[in-house]
Design a protein around this ligand. Structure first.
Ligand code: GLC
Length: 671
């Protein structure tokens, strides 16, 4: 059951698709005080949710702020990342409370989940106008399913988007891109996409192509597509101020950019220097900006990543000037006392970026009303995704277009996926990736994944391999790195190449299972990844697990995420068949009883656990998704006590939007 409460006059977010009458009953489970809503957690209550946030699957013991933030230093001491995913699922354990909470609000929401007082959960919106939904149901899976019905069907990418994406901020020319494709082929590593970071643009201006470095993008896209590789260019939120550039001049002419109080366009610097910001909250602006992607779809581009759309603001000219003036006053000084040095020099420089004052200095138009940006901040990035998603229906009718974004809000999961932003090459971030996936997907973002190997800092061959051994299960599978870091394309790790090759081939071989699970999750509102506690709510050991995930109906994964480990502790809530995989054709299997195990897992191995009664269909490895032969499948299985096992497999053309036809499904059974 879903109960809907309304407070004040909320701004419409379009996060939900079901029209649920507003209730006049008292809000169950929660009590209100002057600081917001309060709930007392029993000692072993688990709080799931909040999507893209730091810390464990269980969010207890920390505080968080839904405030979409360009956060380049990920870590457990942070309180906000790039997404606003205001859904909580509270499991009070056997016989305890069980309910979901969705705070439908476009501004900041503060959560204190046992941070101040260990057993007390509090949350509060920054304004008094919001919608609140309370969900109850038979169990966690049921409530999660109801929530997905409430917010509408998740975005479905083309099937090739489940292949590998290779990216790096640093492919500067068409030749650099060709070289990546060549190296993947020469090293016999499968690949489906190469991402193009901001260097393909002319002066970092959206919807432009640098003709010197990419003389014929259409020809390059066609040449690579013939090899089964798609190009995936980036589009940033900030539109470069450039009187020669039609996105800038048209947007200005039409009055489509966000404005300051005095009615002039708001300006802040991002990668292209000074930029304007389209008011994506207006439908006509979304339609206009979305149709600008045509410049690239006309070149045969079929996929995009939207970036910097919190929006990130490096500095506004006014604040930069004030800072430089203040530094000017210090000229000639060679002994600044430390308070002044940190507050004025360091703090002054750092404070230029993503400054709250800047977010409070420009306005949107929402249904003809002027609304200050910070009141609706979390809607911005998702609305950019929506702009593109809505336009693709027109630009590429009947076809699926790959789209994922950095910033998001629940609701934008219907238009695109997300990647988890600028993580770094560390073991801790590999664990964070594992722990974020189920919470992000609970909030509808099924097509999601992190920058494999890590974005910032230098990776190592063992981290690259261990991260791949988890990443090969994530729907969005992309290796991406910041400029200046150690090269980390998979062909760079000569000593680990055979193992990397086997793991990449394994991803492709598992696609019949992974794609079927994804399509089931999208079409039926079920889960792709979920915590063990969802299926074993009465098992205290299963509820506590924070580093193993159920994947669809039939699989559990337990990745190794610590350096120099020869294996890991795994908890099995039921007997399962372990496939210890070195390659598709080289795995050993073992039927393990329920309970605690220490399982060895060498650097070149991945652990896959199949649940009783289930089958995982495995294809022959392929060099790209187009080459995948799903006719000749091997069935990996864990028969139940009657010797039976089966699965439902989904297959379609992977390109058109005709996904709902029942004939896409067939049942496979172990003979
Ligand atoms: C941002 C993105 C990152 C990208 C960089 C340059 O930091 O998150 O993925 O490489 O900008 O465009």
């Amino acid at each position: 059951m879903i109960q809907h409460f309304r407070f004040g006059s909320p701004i419409r977010t379009d996060s939900v698709v079901q029209d649920i009458p507003v209730s006049s009953d008292a809000v169950p489970f929660l009590t209100a005080d002057a600081d917001g809503w309060v709930y007392t957690m029993v000692p072993d209550a688990i709080v799931y949710g909040l999507g893209e946030m730091p810390r464990g699957i269980n969010k207890r013991g920390w505080h968080y702020v839904a405030n979409n933030t360009d956060e380049s230093h990920h870590g457990e001491n942070k309180v906000s990342y790039y997404g606003a995913h205001n859904f909580l699922l509270i499991d009070g354990g056997p016989g305890g409370d069980l309910f979901g909470v969705f705070v439908d609000f476009p501004g900041k929401v503060h959560y204190d989940i046992g941070y101040t007082v260990h057993d007390t959960l509090r949350f509060a919106t920054e304004e008094p106008d919001y919608e609140l939904y309370i969900l109850t149901g038979a169990d966690l899976n049921d409530i999660a399913h109801q929530f997905r019905q409430l917010i509408g069907r998740s975005y479905i990418p083309p099937k090739w988007a489940f292949g590998l994406q290779q990216s790096r901020w640093g492919y500067k020319t068409a030749e650099d891109v060709r070289e990546v494709a060549r190296q993947y082929k020469e090293n016999d590593l499968p690949l489906d996409m190469i991402c193009m970071d901001i260097d393909y643009m002319q002066d970092y201006a959206d919807f432009t192509i640098n003709k010197e470095r990419f003389p014929d993008l259409a020809a390059l896209a066609a040449e690579l597509k013939a090899q089964g590789i798609r190009l995936v260019p980036i589009i940033d939120a900030g539109v470069r101020i450039d009187p020669e550039e039609p996105t800038c001049t048209e947007g200005l002419e039409k009055g489509y950019f966000c404005k300051k109080e005095d009615g002039t366009p708001f300006v802040a610097a991002v990668w292209p220097g000074k930029a304007y910001f389209a008011d994506f909250l207006r439908p006509e602006v979304r339609a206009w900006f979305g149709h600008r992607y045509k410049v690239l779809t006309d070149c045969g581009i079929e996929g995009f990543w939207n970036d910097m759309n919190e929006p990130a603001l490096f500095y506004s000219p006014d604040r930069l000037k004030a800072f430089l003036d203040s530094m000017h006053e210090l000229r000639g000084q060679d002994n600044i006392v430390q308070e002044e040095f940190f507050a004025r020099v360091v703090g002054g420089a750092m404070g230029l970026m993503n400054a709250p004052e800047d977010y409070a200095s420009f306005y949107h138009e929402v249904n003809g009303q002027r609304v200050r940006h910070d009141k609706v901040h979390n809607l911005y990035g998702g609305s950019m995704t929506r702009a593109a998603g809505e336009a693709f229906a027109d630009l590429r009718p009947g076809k699926r277009t790959l789209l994922y974004s950095r910033s998001s809000i629940i609701g934008s999961h219907r238009y695109g996926g997300i990647w988890l932003g600028d993580n770094h090459s560390s073991w801790e971030q590999l664990l964070a990736n594992i722990q974020m996936m189920p919470n992000v997907q609970m909030c509808g973002f099924l097509y999601s994944g992190a920058d494999l190997c890590g974005f910032a800092n230098d990776t190592t061959p063992d981290l690259a391999l261990r991260w791949l051994e988890f990443g090969l299960f994530t729907p969005l599978m992309r290796n991406h790195a910041a400029g200046g870091t150690r090269p980390q394309e998979y062909y760079r790790f000569a000593d680990q190449l055979p193992a990397i090759r086997s793991m990449l081939r394994l991803r492709y071989a598992l696609l019949p299972y992974l794609y079927s699970t994804f399509m089931q999750a999208a079409l039926e509102g079920t889960s792709y990844f979920r915590p063990l506690g969802f299926d074993f709510p009465a098992d205290p050991d299963a509820r506590e697990v924070q580093d193993q995930l159920l994947l669809g109906d039939g699989v559990m994964v337990a990745p190794v995420y610590t350096q120099n480990a020869s294996g890991r502790h795994v908890y099995l809530p039921e007997p399962m068949k372990l496939y210890r995989i070195r390659s598709v054709d080289d795995c050993d299997t073992e039927l393990l009883p329920a309970g605690h195990h220490y399982i060895r897992c060498a650097l070149n191995e991945v652990l896959l656990f199949i649940r009783p009664g289930h089958v995982v269909p495995v294809a022959k490895p392929a060099s790209c998704t187009a080459q995948l032969d799903e006719a000749d499948l091997t069935l990996w299985a864990c028969p139940d006590e009657n010797g039976k096992a089966g699965c439902r497999m989904y297959s379609d053309d992977g390109e058109t939007s005709d996904y709902a036809a029942p004939e896409h499904w067939k049942v496979l059974e172990l003979k």
